[in-house]
Design a protein around this ligand. Structure first.
Ligand code: 6GP
Length: 833
């Protein structure tokens, strides 16, 4: 009864706790105090950004409480294995909204902010997102650290604190223009610098051998210079659980005392030059997903963040009183593609050179620690570095790679005697011409697990680029199909749908996505379908307003929103969708009274700045839009929009408004895709090929609820082997001929018949991504899509079933797979610890 009394008391007179209180009064008080003591403002003279900062600091305080408790509990326990997710990219997206959801104080914060005279949505819109990634790979890393926290897996994400993230895209005259992303300009309330945890990283110089006190032959690295890594931590809260992990990103700085010699000799400029050189390492994210082979700074970035992270992990391990060679018992490292794969050699260097662990013991430790995820089959994305560059930048690491390779190749020749082809293919060093270090080979040698990101992708990996490795180490191979976090991509971005689902099946699903199955019966409930339709319509109205604001194009919210948003790449085939648009336009031009389903085609995505064809595809989309959108014959039945600057913030507004999701890559080329999952979760139907995770999405939602078209991966390979002839297809398909002729006629380029020639010539004479082969199948499938759209009840039934059957694609499930198959790590309940 005492407890009861105090409850009653607290409810009527809350004790305000400005650092951890979750009630409206505490939040208000905390915001007001942060506003004054951190920003020097009062609520009456605040700018929106100052208010955003104050609200975010208020949330950050609460996260720190959880982070502190989590880390104390973890570090108190000697038997916990932690995950280290190493990634050159974390495409985090805005933080305020998800943190409010994870802390379960969205409503309280809304009210607090409202009582202060503002709206939470306006404040959230103020946030400049940390775009520290290019696309799928970086966004996956962000989803995974979210899910690790939510699954109560003790984990640290390790990466680089780029001063400039992925460029901002603007469209001028239909072309992409890149603008520097100054995301730190207005301050970052989510991070804390931890200068006392700084570590140094060596570069350049030479190595030498010496005898240690036990007369053992050892090596040491005499670098030219050192660079200091300063960690910046961002808390990563779990969803409605007390666990809070963190993301630790490294900023490079000049090593304080290092260049004092030249400074003292009066060479002030040399000292400053060294400072600039050091700070450059974490200056900018590389936007290219293609060949980076010659980019010295990129290799420096990779080694810098890997070395910082491993030193930090060793420091943590030793703090637990661990022995260096037991490192693998404390840590499971996941290498997000080959970008951090130099970790294999660097961990060996630390164990052998710095802690004098025997080579064989160190090798066992290293292999038991590291695992590698491959994210692409595209040969141009397989990283390799000139041996000379390695020798120049990190000479000791190269020696260790040579030693690893020497021992490994001995093993290969004894397993496969006389197979010289295998030997040269599996060698870490490519010796076919100029010598290169092959990063995927280094990863495969030094990792106990290797995985692809969707079932099809893993099979193709095993058959194609990693075939030799399967023969050597079959037990190392796994599949872990990608997933996405429903907290950000449904709860936060689609409140209308979320509330409808909660009304119908309760609120357990965001943390347990299989629960969505309970929605299935509602697909046959006309009243529910109507509510579902009206949620979608509201989302489309919001997007339509934004499209008007950003592009000037007026679109009809009741038309079908046909959306393709992702990086622009030929294998993703944005231009196949353009061919379809032109085919529809031609049908209208041939018969202006034709009965045609009104559609709004929405594209978005960045092209790598050096990828000419991708940039020309953006220009083509905009050019076709200019003609189609303004032709009176079209009568607004078709609209084509290129939504500029596709990023996480914009993505959150686009997925909820989509009716049709375009997942039309050439089969066998898209490793998984994750946008495909976000669309389905938000009730879009997919038109797609049997590629990446599309295969599994179709399996889950049912063949009848998925618009499938196109060649299979095996058929694509067959066609290539048998001498694929795109021109022959063109000659035999009148609609296709008319479409291509229309482009070549200059109709979309003010009479310039050359502008888009690189695209059409490539399609007619090479067509490496088989658009010609899939064209007629795609058009036929799109016609079926249009027919289905006319039956609103049927369309919505299918869309609801898509939502209901997406449980598998929560990143929570992916993380559970990694824990069971690869990391051998269990959830750690800090309340029970
Ligand atoms: C991407 C793949 O292209 C995409 O299919 C996949 O869903 C995503 O990774 C996450 O696994 N790959 C990259 O972004 C990349 O840079 C080297 O690969």
């Amino acid at each position: 009864s005492n407890a009861n009394n105090s409850k009653v008391k607290r409810a009527s007179a809350p004790t305000i706790d400005v650092r951890s209180g979750m009630d409206v009064e505490s939040l208000k008080q905390a915001i007001t105090e942060h506003l004054f003591y951190q920003q020097g403002r009062n609520i009456v003279n605040t700018s929106l950004n100052d208010l955003y900062m104050a609200v975010s600091h208020t949330v950050h305080d609460r996260l720190l409480q959880h982070e502190h408790k989590t880390m104390n509990a973890v570090f108190d326990n000697n038997n916990v294995r932690l995950v280290s997710y190493m990634s050159a990219e974390f495409l985090m997206g805005p933080q305020l909204g998800v943190n409010l959801i994870d802390l379960n104080i969205m409503a309280e914060m809304e009210q607090a902010v409202q009582e202060l005279g503002f709206s939470l949505n306006t404040i959230m819109a103020q946030e400049e997102e940390p775009g520290l990634g290019n696309g799928g790979l970086g966004r996956l890393a962000a989803c995974y650290i979210d899910s690790m926290a939510s699954q109560q897996i003790p984990a640290i994400g390790y990466g680089i604190r780029y001063e400039f993230g992925i460029f901002d895209q603007v469209i001028r005259d239909g072309w992409q223009v890149e603008i520097t992303d100054k995301w730190l300009r207005n301050g970052n309330p989510w991070e804390s610098a931890r200068p006392e945890l700084a570590v140094n990283v060596k570069f350049g110089g030479h190595t030498e051998s010496y005898l240690d006190s036990n007369e053992y032959l050892r090596y040491r690295w005499k670098p030219d210079y050192m660079v200091t890594g300063i960690p910046y931590d961002t808390p990563i809260m779990g969803y409605k659980v007390p666990s809070c992990n963190f993301l630790r990103l490294w900023k490079s700085e000049a090593e304080e005392s290092f260049d004092f010699s030249s400074f003292n000799q009066g060479d002030y400029y040399k000292a400053v030059e060294y400072k600039v050189k050091s700070e450059n390492i974490s200056k900018v994210l590389y936007p290219n997903d293609e060949m980076l082979g010659g980019k010295k700074l990129r290799l420096k970035q990779q080694y810098f963040f890997v070395s910082c992270s491993l030193q930090d992990m060793m420091n943590i391990h030793l703090r637990f009183d661990g022995k260096p060679q037991d490192f693998h018992k404390r840590w499971a490292i996941q290498l997000n593609d080959t970008h951090p794969s130099v970790a294999v050699a660097e961990l060996m260097r630390i164990l052998v050179d710095e802690y004098h662990v025997d080579w064989d013991v160190a090798w066992h430790t290293t292999c038991s620690t590291c695992s590698y995820t491959n994210h692409t089959l595209l040969p141009e994305a397989l990283e390799k570095w000139p041996v000379g560059l390695f020798a120049y930048l990190i000479p000791r690491v190269l020696e260790i790679i040579f030693e690893i390779n020497y021992r490994f190749l001995k093993e290969v020749s004894s397993r496969f005697p006389g197979d010289n082809g295998k030997l040269s293919r599996m060698s870490i060093i490519d010796e076919s011409g100029e010598k290169f270090v092959r990063m995927a080979n280094l990863a495969c040698v030094g990792c106990c697990a290797i995985n692809g990101v969707a079932e099809l992708h893993t099979e193709l990996l095993k058959q194609q680029i990693l075939h030799d490795w399967v023969e050597m180490f079959p037990e190392r191979f796994h599949n872990v199909t990608n997933g996405v976090t429903p907290r950000r991509f449904v709860v936060l971005s689609n409140p209308g749908l979320s509330n409808l689902i909660i009304e119908s099946i309760g609120d357990k699903w965001p943390g347990k996505l299989d629960e969505l199955r309970k929605l299935e019966p509602f697909a046959d409930d006309a009243a529910f379908r109507e509510k579902f339709r009206s949620v979608k319509l509201e989302n489309k109205k919001i997007l339509a307003a934004l499209i008007k604001e950003r592009t000037g194009v007026v679109v009809n919210p009741s038309s079908m929103f046909d959306v393709q948003v992702k990086r622009i790449h030929e294998y993703k085939r944005q231009h196949l969708s353009v061919l379809h648009i032109i085919a529809l336009y031609l049908r209208i031009k041939q018969n202006p009274d034709i009965d045609i389903v009104p559609r709004t085609f929405i594209f978005g995505g960045k092209a790598a700045p050096g990828y000419f064809s991708a940039k020309l595809i953006i220009k083509l989309i905009n050019s076709v839009g200019d003609v189609v959108n303004n032709d009176p014959d079209v009568k607004d039945r078709l609209k084509v929009v290129f939504f500029p600057d596709f990023n996480v913030t914009n993505a959150q507004l686009i997925y909820p408004a989509a009716d049709l999701s375009e997942q039309i890559s050439t089969a066998g080329k898209e490793a998984s895709g994750t946008g495909n999952m976000k669309f389905s979760m938000n009730g879009a139907l997919t038109i797609g090929t049997l590629d990446g995770a599309n295969v599994e999405i179709r399996e889950e939602v049912g063949n009848d609820n998925f618009f499938l078209f196109g060649l299979t991966a095996a058929q694509v390979e067959d066609a290539k082997r048998n001498g694929y002839n795109p021109h022959f297809i063109y000659d035999n398909n009148e609609e296709l001929r008319n479409v291509i002729s229309m482009i070549n006629s200059g109709r979309f380029s003010n009479g310039d018949t050359n502008l888009f020639k690189p695209i059409t010539d490539n399609l007619l004479w090479h067509d490496p991504f088989m658009l010609m082969a899939d064209f007629s199948l795609y058009i036929a499938c799109q016609d079926l899509v249009a027919e289905t759209w006319k039956n609103t009840a049927e369309w919505n039934r299918m869309a609801i079933l898509n939502v209901a059957r997406m449980g598998k694609f929560s990143s929570d499930r992916s993380i559970q797979d990694y824990c069971e198959k690869i990391w051998k790590v269990k959830p750690f309940n800090i309340r029970k610890a």
